[in-house]
Every structure is written in structure tokens, then in C-alpha cells.
Design a binder for this molecule. Structure first.
Ligand SMILES: NC(=O)c1ccc[n+]([C@@H]2O[C@H](COP(=O)([O-])OP(=O)(O)OC[C@H]3O[C@@H](n4cnc5c(N)ncnc54)[C@H](O)[C@@H]3O)[C@@H](O)[C@H]2O)c1
Length: 253
């Protein structure tokens, strides 16, 4: 088992990739704090894990709330004794709005969840990792974190920022046993469509032009496999980088 004895915190783990990551990590021996805004969904993930005799606890966390993020790391330490792996996965889509159509309210909401929440969770866990002299962070970015064609301006910018946070952190703490990487998933079959609102026909039409190049939709478990690699010692020399997992979609650009 690749994560035996490790403790992991996963955000947005009630659904989609977060859920798949929590299940995969638990199967590999990790104790997992399954966090999500949707507590009932997080509890379902935990029930599936504990039903197999593996270890997990659920916690309601809105990553856009600073106090929730602080409590998340504190709860993991209180419950499992420490944190070894942080997976910042919770995220929401915009409505494909280009800059001419984005509202301040939507911009702030997307950044609060997709970017500020990631930074705050990392800021909270880093002192713990420094004290231990080791720790791993996996951020779920997006191909929208380097392409201009995969979403609206707010989502794209929020994920470009996650790539920046990842690279800066990987570099800054590289000599302290801490690794920080991101995954850039392509089109994955999850429930993220439910977070879309006020869809811009113009923006969706423009972004849709590149979708035909994606060979197929990926499955959440294919992202969980990449997260396991980055979280495990198999990736001991992989730091400050972005692993694209998109079936070859963006190889075209
Ligand atoms: N699905 C895709 O095609 C795709 C592609 C690239 C990147 N991503 C990214 O992958 C990550 C996971 O998304 P998914 O596709 O599995 O979507 P999903 O909607 O299936 O799951 C996201 C989970 O995050 C939770 N969540 C949303 N806002 C939250 C908040 N403020 N606090 C805590 N939890 C919150 C939701 O309740 C949900 O359980 C996101 O960061 C998303 O941007 C998705």
C-alpha cells in the first residue's frame, strides 16, 4: 500500500474527483478527512470507505470560509494526529463568461473557492509540514489553468493562479521536504456542471470550439490515480510542476 500510515485531507470529496481521490487514498492505507460543503455527500464517501474496513471521517467545510479552512486542518490533527497530504480539490465552474460579461460578484465567488481557499489551506498546513520536515500538497487545477479556451475568464484566471501558487510553493519549500504539485485534468465526467450558472452563449461557443479535440471524457478515477502518484513517494523528485491528465487534448495546442 502506497500511503500506509499517512493522513490525508481532501476538499470537495463528496463528489467527482475528490470522492475518487478519497476512496483511492483510503484503499492505499491513508486515513482520510473527507471534507465538503455538502456534508451528506461527504458522509456517503466516508460510509463507502469505512464499509470496506478503511479509515475516514467527514467534516463540513466551505473552502471559501477562512474559519472553516483553519478548522479543517485542526480537525485532521485532532482526529488522526497529523496531516501528511493535503489535496485541494474543491472547485466550481463559471458560466463561460468572457471578461466583457463577468460580474464582480461571480469573479469574487470563483476566486474565493478556486484560489483563495487553496492558498489558505496551504498556509495553514505549511508550518505543520515544516515542523515534520515533510509533507505533500496536490492541487487540482485544470487545463483551464494554462489554456485560454476551456472556460470563462474567472475560472481560467482562478486556475492559472492555482498553477502559480503551486509552482511558487514547490520552489519555496523544496529544501524542507515539502512537495507541491498540481494536476490539470481535461474534460472529466463529474457533477461540476451543476455549479455552472448564467451561461454565456458567446463564451461557451468559443470554448466549445476546442472540445472536439478531446478524445473522450475522462473518469474521476483516472485523476485519482494521478493524485495517488503525486502524493506517494513514487513522485519523490516531482515538485512544483503540473501534471496534465487530459488524454492528449492539449497536446494539440
Ligand atoms: N470535471 C472537469 O471536467 C474538470 C476539469 C478540470 C478541472 N476540474 C476541477 O476538478 C475539481 C473537482 O471538480 P469535479 O469535476 O470533481 O466536480 P464536482 O462538482 O463533481 O465535485 C466538486 C465538489 O466540490 C464541492 N464544493 C464546491 N464548492 C465548495 C466549497 N466552497 N467548499 C467545499 N466544497 C465545495 C462540491 O460540493 C462537490 O462535492 C475542481 O477544482 C474543478 O475545477 C474539473
Amino acid at each position: 500500500m502506497k500511503l500506509a500510515g499517512k493522513t490525508a485531507v481532501v476538499t470537495g470529496a463528496a463528489s467527482g474527483m475528490g470522492r475518487a481521490i478519497a476512496l483511492r487514498f483510503a484503499k492505499e492505507g491513508a486515513k482520510v478527512l473527507v471534507t465538503d460543503m455538502n456534508l451528506a455527500g461527504a458522509e456517503e464517501t466516508v460510509a463507502e470507505i469505512t464499509g470496506k474496513g478503511q479509515q475516514a471521517e467527514a467534516l463540513q467545510v466551505n473552502v471559501a470560509e477562512a474559519a472553516d479552512v483553519e478548522k479543517m486542518i485542526d480537525t485532521a490533527v485532532e482526529t488522526f494526529g497529523t496531516v501528511d497530504i493535503l489535496v485541494n480539490n474543491a472547485g466550481i465552474m463559471d458560466g463561460f463568461e468572457p471578461v466583457g460579461e463577468i460580474t464582480d460578484e461571480k469573479w469574487d465567488k470563483i476566486f474565493a473557492v478556486n484560489t483563495t481557499g487553496v492558498m489558505r489551506a496551504m498556509r495553514k498546513v505549511i508550518p505543520l509540514f515544516q515542523e515534520k520536515g515533510r509533507g505533500v500538497i496536490v492541487n487540482i487545477a485544470s487545463t483551464g489553468g494554462f489554456s485560454g479556451a476551456h472556460a470563462g475568464v474567472a475560472y481560467g484566471a482562478s486556475k492559472h493562479a492555482v498553477v502559480g501558487i503551486t509552482k511558487n510553493t514547490g520552489f519555496m519549500y523544496a529544501k524542507e521536504g515539502i512537495r507541491c504539485n498540481a494536476i490539470a485534468p481535461g474534460a472529466i465526467e463529474t457533477n461540476i456542471g451543476a455549479s455552472m450558472s448564467n451561461i454565456s452563449e458567446f463564451g461557451m461557443g468559443r470554448a466549445g470550439m476546442t472540445h472536439g479535440l478531446s478524445p473522450r471524457n475522462g473518469q474521476a478515477d483516472e485523476i485519482a490515480a494521478a493524485a495517488l502518484y503525486l502524493a506517494s513517494d513514487d513522485a519523490s523528485f516531482v515538485n512544483g510542476t503540473v501534471l496534465t491528465v487530459d488524454g492528449g487534448w492539449t497536446a494539440a495546442f
